[in-house]
Ligand binder design. Structure first.
Ligand code: NAI
Ligand code: MG
Length: 372
């Protein structure tokens, strides 16, 4: 078995967390007997933009479509390039062009990481947010009128298509059906956003009829945020539009201690590489976090979000045993690290996890654990 992976480290800490993550994936490949061919590209970064005046080369699509999956670090350098240029010119372009309509973000409290939330009745936090990834509030439809006058007006339309809503909601139900708790929470705001959100609710109710075994609940986004903080242990699968899903998938990991460990998969579940009659749309795996300019260059970024995203990529490629081993390695290193920290030994935990560790130290420990 052999897989070709497009590697796009991007900017800031993306460049720092990528090398240890690649070593972890190589360790898993060596142990479980498959090959990974990494093709690294400098584009989809602000550095590339400053040199070329664009985020991507003209033939970017062909490069990425030649690969089985895309492994992406983080993009953004707001001090030199405005965020809407760097993000829309890279990650948002990939999501759209490859129709990666599912953004899957697992959220788990892993023993060893301290959650800021104490009141969980000792129960684990373990849920997944499913974010719509191609339309909704992140549409490019709209504009500015009466510019420069006191009637200046900006409009950006929200777009929900039946196909777009149904496919993400159905994916979330399918996921919920396969999990032990079989519960789906839908994020809405149909009390304030009176056209698009009631439509979202309607589609959730309609598709829910096909899944009588799944318990469905819906909350307005504002109170749902409060529930995430007050009782994160009660969620299982949470589905939301592009904007609501984005907000919830940063809030969720924050409830588990740090966004530095959170992974994310941008999936096109309909694409099939073996089907030569259709264009191949690769899926993309990345940490939830951005380029973190405030800590970039210090060597203290948490590499686990990047490694865990790689774990999701192995799972997606069908390397289930390798994926399992990477997850076990993350868990065992974190648990041991917490223990060692409390006993005054070497501290592997990075500062976002209340430690003094480094990207390199933590990454290497996980790599070693994967090698077995
Ligand atoms: P951010 O995720 O880069 O950072 C938010 C906070 O979390 C910062 O204090 C940072 O130090 C901390 N943090 C993030 N990842 C960490 C890690 N692995 N270890 C330890 N601490 C970590 O979000 P921010 O500051 O809003 O955005 C910075 C840049 O990243 C912007 O240009 C933004 O547009 C971009 N961005 C890119 C994303 C992507 O590539 N998919 C996603 C989110 C933001
Ligand atoms: Mg976000």
């Amino acid at each position: 078995r052999s897989y070709t992976i497009a590697v796009l480290p991007g900017d800031g800490i993306g460049l720092e967390v990528m090398p240890p993550a690649l070593r972890c994936l190589e360790a898993a490949a060596a142990r479980f007997g498959f090959q990974l061919e990494f093709r690294s590209y400098p584009w989809a970064s602000c550095t590339y933009y400053l040199e070329h005046g664009k985020m991507l080369p003209d033939d970017w699509k062909a490069h990425l479509q030649a690969c089985d999956a895309i492994y992406f670090g983080a993009v953004g350098d707001p001090a030199t390039v405005p965020d809407h240029i760097s993000l829309w010119g890279s990650i948002l372009t990939f999501r759209r062009e490859f129709d990666q309509y599912i953004n899957l973000r697992p959220c788990r409290l892993i023993p060893g990481v301290t959650s800021p939330l104490a009141n969980r009745e000792g129960k684990p936090i373990d849920f997944v947010t499913v974010r719509e990834n191609t339309e909704g509030e992140y549409s490019s439809i709209g504009g500015k009128i009466f510019e420069g006058t006191d009637r200046e007006t900006v409009i950006q339309n929200t777009v929900f298509t039946r196909t777009g809503v149904d496919r993400v909601v159905r994916y979330a139900f399918e996921l919920a059906r396969r999990r032990p708790a079989k519960k789906l929470t839908s994020a809405t705001k149909s009390n304030g956003i009176s056209i698009t959100m009631p439509y979202w609710d309607e589609r959730v109710a309609e598709i829910g009829k096909e899944y009588p075994e799944v318990t469905v609940e819906k909350y307005h986004i504002d109170i749902l945020c409060a529930h995430f903080v007050q009782r994160p242990h009660t969620f299982d699968v949470v589905v939301g539009s592009n904007l609501f899903g984005d907000i919830l998938s940063d809030l969720g990991p924050a409830c588990t201690g740090t966004i530095g460990i959170a992974p994310s998969a941008n999936l096109n579940p309909s694409a099939n590489r073996a089907d030569r009659t259709k264009e191949w749309f690769p899926s993309l795996f990345e940490p939830v976090h951005g380029s973190a300019p405030d800590i970039a260059g210090k060597g203290i970024a948490n590499p686990i979000g990047m490694i865990w995203a790689g774990q999701m990529m192995l799972d997606y490629l069908g390397e289930k045993d390798a994926a399992e081993a990477v997850m076990r390695a993350i868990e065992s290193v974190l648990a041991t690290a917490k223990d060692a920290q409390m006993k005054g030994g070497a501290d592997l935990l990075t500062p976002d996890m209340r430690g003094k560790g480094t990207t390199e130290g933590l990454g290497s420990a996980i790599e070693k654990e994967i090698r077995g």
